[in-house]
Design a protein around this ligand. Structure first.
Ligand code: PEP
Length: 263
């Protein structure tokens, strides 16, 4: 399917790494290293404590601000939680929901993921909705059914007119932080399935405009091959986003795929 209808996005997921005092030097280094691109949106999904410093350190809008989760609740007596409205007030653009680590450690269900995504959309932010199978599910041939179920369950809370503002990240659990990557063909098969699910639910126009990312040990050596696949529009990058030199090479791989001139 033609990639011109959707944004290429490279989003870093810092998880619980780097300190607030490291944000400014990181941002400066990345801004110096990263290729100028008209076709690739770059986002950094940082811990809540780092968002304001990142905003101040970026100076222009070449890098979008992201967070890593959001509360299910709007406001009130939810100690320790961060609402969609709070993130919108900090001008956050993207928020990861349904990361396998949040599903594992916080018990987020597919329905929670859809509700969180809907709360973000309501406040004008784009959710990055993560889906992915375990190794056991892959070995038992359940990958495609599982992903279809996860996407439909999340989508069931999202108003039809907001679907195109969603980003979906396919992150096989067995590939996250393990150094094992899905092959480009394996990742393409699942990303194509995700697009087909959106098409059957929301129509071809919406399906062709939703950006679908691959995540799971993506790095500067495997990014080009993965990003060359027709339904992979970008990457959600964990470990490799912690070093500006490595992250900027992944951003460069998008420019290589699209044939864009690099600086
Ligand atoms: C992630 O946690 O979203 C991720 C893809 O991590 P890594 O790149 O380290 O596998």
């Amino acid at each position: 399917m033609n990639k011109k209808y959707r944004k290429a996005i490279i989003a870093g997921n810092w998880k619980m790494n780097l300190l607030p005092s490291q944000v400014k030097p990181y941002a400066e280094e990345l801004r110096n290293l990263m290729p100028k691109s008209k076709t690739c949106e770059v986002a950094l999904c940082v811990p809540f404590t780092h968002i304001s410093t990142l905003r101040r350190s970026l100076k222009d809008n070449r890098i979008a601000i992201g967070a890593q989760d959001v509360s299910l609740y709007e406001k009130g007596a939810y100690t320790g939680e961060i609402s969609a409205e709070m993130l919108a007030d900090l001008n956050v653009n993207y928020v990861i929901v349904g990361h396998s680590e949040c599903r594992q450690y916080h018990g987020d269900t597919d329905i929670d993921v859809g509700r969180k995504a809907a709360a973000l959309l309501e406040k004008g932010m784009s959710p990055i909705i993560c889906v992915g199978e375990s190794l056991d599910q892959r070995e038992r041939g359940l990958t495609v059914d599982h992903i279809r179920y996860q996407v439909l369950a999340a989508m069931s809370s999202i108003p039809e007119e907001k679907v195109r503002q969603c980003v979906i990240a396919y992150e096989p659990i067995w590939a996250i932080g393990t150094g094992k990557t899905a092959t480009p063909e394996e990742a393409q098969e699942v990303c194509e399935t995700i697009r087909a699910v959106i098409r059957s639910k929301s129509g071809a126009r919406t399906a062709r405009s939703v950006s679908i990312l691959y995540g799971g040990s993506m790095n500067s050596s495997n990014a080009f091959e993965l990003l060359s696949m027709p339904d992979i529009d970008g990457g959600l990058i964990g470990g490799a986003s912690l070093k500006p030199s490595e992250f900027s090479k992944i951003i460069g791989a998008v420019a290589e795929v699209t044939g864009e001139e690099q600086k």
